[in-house]
Unconditional design. Structure first.
Lengths: 242, 84
């Protein structure tokens, strides 16, 4: 059956990899790439798969934007069957030095946005009595490194939201799961030096970062019919780091 | 099919209740230990189910609370709306 897939943060390495995974493996799906300002790479993908891919402007912290995006999707294509809450960013600082707005921005983008997204898509999924929500959290939710009180709290919050919502929506045919990726190629801070990256790899059991498609594969599985009894789960994908 | 019977059958299938329509009395309370034992998640599903199958949209939570008492109270609201 045809379904629409909405992926937020779709201009980044992981968002694009997830989109490509769906496009390659689910011929009947229509992918909507949620983007805000930066949209060049998503645009390029949308042009490559123009019959089955659209860009949708979405500021994930805005409930109005979510409403408009869901309406646009429902008017344009098949019912929204999958939401991948992938957008997010971190803004690190020690708590002692963290500005109030550094805390708020990170909580807004990483946790409140997931709340808005789930609230926007649930009515439609409940009507259809089927749906898949995959929330992208982070290994930071579990490892909680110094300098990431805001990000670690937000991502841990995503795991809690997921587990609670999974119980609320289980009987409605909607599953909700979280993925916690570790270090991903293309998703690392641009200012990390080659020496720093090399030293970091030495600490990883596999001595390499994840390829984005290795995370995308798990997301795709959780959104597939094969994962119909998996809900409220948190899948850590870190090459054995934790 | 009378509204009460249709409601019971829809409830059994949509709320995944392990019971038959005969086991649900028209005036049996839907919530709480003295009744069928539905919970708040079921209430939300009932609201969606009633809108989807009868085109009746609850105005607010107070109205939902009044209507979602028993099969009879729901049927009355749905039939009233259909007659209007």
């Amino acid at each position: 059956m045809s379904r629409s897939i909405l992926i937020t943060g779709a201009n980044g390495a992981l968002g694009l990899a997830i989109a490509e995974f769906f496009l390659a493996r689910e011929e009947s799906c229509h992918v909507f790439l949620g983007v805000r300002e930066r949209r060049e790479r998503a645009q390029e993908l949308a042009e490559r798969f123009s019959a089955r891919t659209n860009l949708v402007t979405l500021e994930v912290t805005s409930p109005d934007d979510w409403k408009a995006a869901v309406t646009e999707i429902e008017n344009k294509a098949a019912p929204l069957g999958v939401l991948i809450n992938n957008a997010g960013f971190h803004e690190d600082a020690l708590l002692a030095n963290m500005a109030q707005d550094q805390w708020s921005r990170v909580l807004d983008a990483n946790l409140n946005a997931v709340f808005h997204g789930c609230q926007a898509v649930l009515p439609g999924m409940m009507r259809e009595r089927q749906g898949r929500i995959v929330n992208i959290a982070s290994l930071s939710a579990i490892s909680a490194p110094a300098g990431q009180t805001n990000y670690a709290a937000a991502k841990a919050g995503v795991i809690g939201l997921t587990q609670s919502l999974a119980k609320e929506s289980a009987r409605m045919g909607v599953t909700v799961n979280t993925v916690c990726p570790g270090y991903i190629e293309g998703g690392l801070p641009a200012d990390w030096t080659p020496e720093h990256l090399k030293a970091l790899k030495m600490q990883l059991p596999m001595r390499r970062f994840a390829r984005p498609e290795e995370i995308a594969a798990a997301v795709f599985f959780l959104a597939s019919p094969d994962a119909s009894y998996i809900t409220g789960s948190n899948l850590k994908i870190d090459g054995g780091l934790l | 099919m009378p509204t009460c019977q249709r409601l019971k059958e829809l409830m059994i299938s949509e709320l995944m209740l392990d019971m038959t329509a005969d086991e649900i009395g028209n005036d049996t309370p839907l919530f709480g230990p003295a009744g069928i034992g539905l919970d708040s998640v079921d209430a939300l599903q009932l609201v969606v189910m009633i809108e989807k199958h009868f085109g009746f949209k609850m105005a607010d939570q107070d109205q939902a609370k009044r209507i979602l008492q028993s099969v009879n109270t729901i049927a009355e609201a749905v039939d009233q709306k259909a007659a209007a």
